[in-house]
Design a protein around this ligand. Sequence first.
Ligand code: FA5
Length: 339
Amino acid sequence: MQHEAIPEIQAATTLEALQTVKTKYVGKSGLVTRELGTLGKLPPEERKTRGAEINAVRQAIQEALDTRETTLKREALDAQLASEAIDVTLPGLPLPAGGLHPINRVYDDLTGIYERLGYTVVEGPEVEDEHHNFEALNVPWYHPARDLQDTFWLEDGRLLRTHTSPMQIRYMVDHEPDLKIVVRGKVYRYEATDATHESMFHQLEGLVVGDHINMADLKGTIAEMARGLYGPGAKVRFQPSYYPFVEPGADFAVYWDNPRGESKWLELGGCGMVHPNVFKAVDDLREAQGKERVYEGKTGFAFGLGPERIAMLKYKIPDIRYFYANDPRVIGQFRGELE
Ligand code: FA5
């Protein structure tokens, strides 16, 4: 019996097949078990030897079953491990990496310069009301300056801010002087687009308020920004200009040497000394909120510029519309290289 059982055990290739063999020989009514049951019919003198023989067979079969079971279980485990194996040496799949948008890079350069000068960087709402965008900035409804900035109006009478200057008002209403802030954010104008004009673009606004702030402080600050952007040789030029919320007002340009050795003036933005009517409008708003009037009699300067101009020259982008067209051939050039 042992001679038949052992090869059958060896031939079982699954745990189920092995169980069948086990039942056949050593199960409750298996061959070996039945053989043991016949012992009682033997004469007592034969019983002992025959019993020992059968037990030896049963033990041999049981050992063979146990060994085979261990082998089959190990094989099953090996197969499972092999099928679930992860090859940690395989090279990873490259994920498309993003990058900082050129406008954000220029913003980071600019705000870095101003943070080093002790300014606080703030942002503000893109949906504004007429009062903050125009009236409080000394631009009454009948004022011709409103024609300078054609506006996207919302149905509820509010508007998309046409510049970042309304944050001057909001910040002063909430904070007392002295203060130094720069505002970064999007602005919107209802105008036909061309290579240098978009209907959505960005501005960086600066505001400094304190005692005895003068035009020389403003010029020094703009010059410091120009040096931060274009190196120690950068020069700035101021030309008289008109903005209702400053008096006097100026436009400023930066003279810069680019790496190709060309030099030119780059018109960057507008600036000037904060108009007394702006301080008055802020105090009126503060008073309406139960706050103290603290701005009348103060002095300050403000400026506003478009980072798109800087980015176009820095990254040699010939048309402002490329910034927001989401063309991967343009945006892809700024992928990954985080400066
Ligand atoms: C203003 O918006 C004033 N708020 C700036 C200011 C602030 C003056 C504080 C004085 C004191 P202006 O409309 O000139 O000014 O716009 C400022 C800058 O925004 C421009 O110099 C230009 O760089 C940029 N800019 C204006 N219109 C567009 C446009 N359509 N597309 C891209 N950039 C623009």
